[in-house]
Design a protein. Structure first.
Length: 103
């Protein structure tokens, strides 16, 4: 009964292929943080510079993370961060853009 001794990694939220992926994990964390910042600050009109720039950087970091991701769970969290970054970026652009009010 060897199958009784196996670890159940399918139920774990952070299950991987058993190998460390420090670059991919860092990109997941950066994309999620930038996406959260962009999404929250997009709700305030006067913070359009912060939301548009963090959204843009979050889109690029998430896209690169998708390109080099290894596991499905990394891709899942990258898509969440990318979505939040995109919403924050687009709302920030609608409220004044990347350079709105500076010139």
């Amino acid at each position: 009964m060897a199958q009784a001794m196996r670890r159940d990694t399918a139920g774990s939220l952070f299950a991987t292929d058993g190998k460390p992926h420090p670059l991919q994990d860092t990109l997941v964390g950066v994309t999620l943080v930038l996406g959260a910042i962009a999404f929250v600050t997009a709700m305030f009109h006067h913070l359009h510079l912060l939301s548009s720039w963090t959204g843009l950087v979050g889109i690029f970091s998430g896209a690169y993370g998708q390109f080099i991701s290894v596991t499905t769970r990394e891709r899942f969290f990258l898509v969440l961060g990318l979505g939040a970054s995109a919403v924050g970026f687009f709302l920030g652009m609608a409220h004044g853009g990347l350079f709105g009010g500076l010139w």
